[in-house]
Design a protein around this ligand. Structure first.
Ligand SMILES: [Zn+2]
Length: 190
């Protein structure tokens, strides 16, 4: 969609017609542009039911508070991610070190944000008619959660709609086929 900020990692829109979810929400710098892009494409921001976070790093979760306030969406994350986001813990989410290293501007902030849905490994979350399974995948970060997108019709489209592939994980920026173990790039920036 080319709407999110250059410091953001991927931001996905999961579109299930009756409801949409945003999966990861960037640093916060690109929220207004992303909302404008949604509106241009005919999506009502009020239909964004959920912001689903993979982990607490700033480029994935820094915009959670803005998304929650702008759309009314519920924030969903692992319990560990939730603790970091709710505390606005800039050390735990890497922002403090990232600012010192010059990765993030000095005005970059993690605004504390209520997490409405705390997910544990194996738990399910529903987006419209689609039920995703949360799978703990610590590695890149200890709080990392990936999501299985089960047997849905459709595919990643050229722009921003992610309708799901059977038996594949949606992780922070890759789709992992459970059967083959192969990872496919699924870069669909919002
Ligand atoms: Zn990260």
């Amino acid at each position: 969609m080319n709407a999110s900020h250059e410091l953001d990692c991927n931001v996905y829109l999961l579109d299930r017609d009756t409801a949409q979810a945003v999966i990861d929400c960037g640093t916060g710098y690109g929220v207004l542009a992303s909302l404008a892009e949604l509106a241009r494409d005919g999506f009502a921001t009020g239909n964004v039911s959920t912001v689903l976070l993979t982990h607490a790093h700033q480029d994935h979760a820094g915009g959670a508070s803005q998304w929650r306030h702008a759309t009314g969406a519920a924030i969903a994350a692992s319990t560990e991610t939730a603790a970091i986001i709710e505390a606005g813990d800039e050390e735990a989410n890497g922002l403090f070190g990232g600012r010192l290293a010059g990765i993030y501007p000095m005005d970059c902030r993690l605004d504390a944000c209520k997490v409405d849905i705390r997910l544990v490994h194996g738990e399910y979350i529903t987006i419209g008619d689609l039920t995703l399974e949360a799978i703990a995948t610590p590695g890149h970060s200890s709080d990392m959660m990936s999501y299985i997108v089960p047997g849905a019709e459709g595919a990643v489209q050229r722009r921003h709609r992610l309708c799901g592939w059977p038996d594949r994980f949606l992780t922070n920026n890759r789709l992992l086929d459970r059967r083959s173990g192969r990872i496919r790039a699924a870069s669909v920036p919002l």
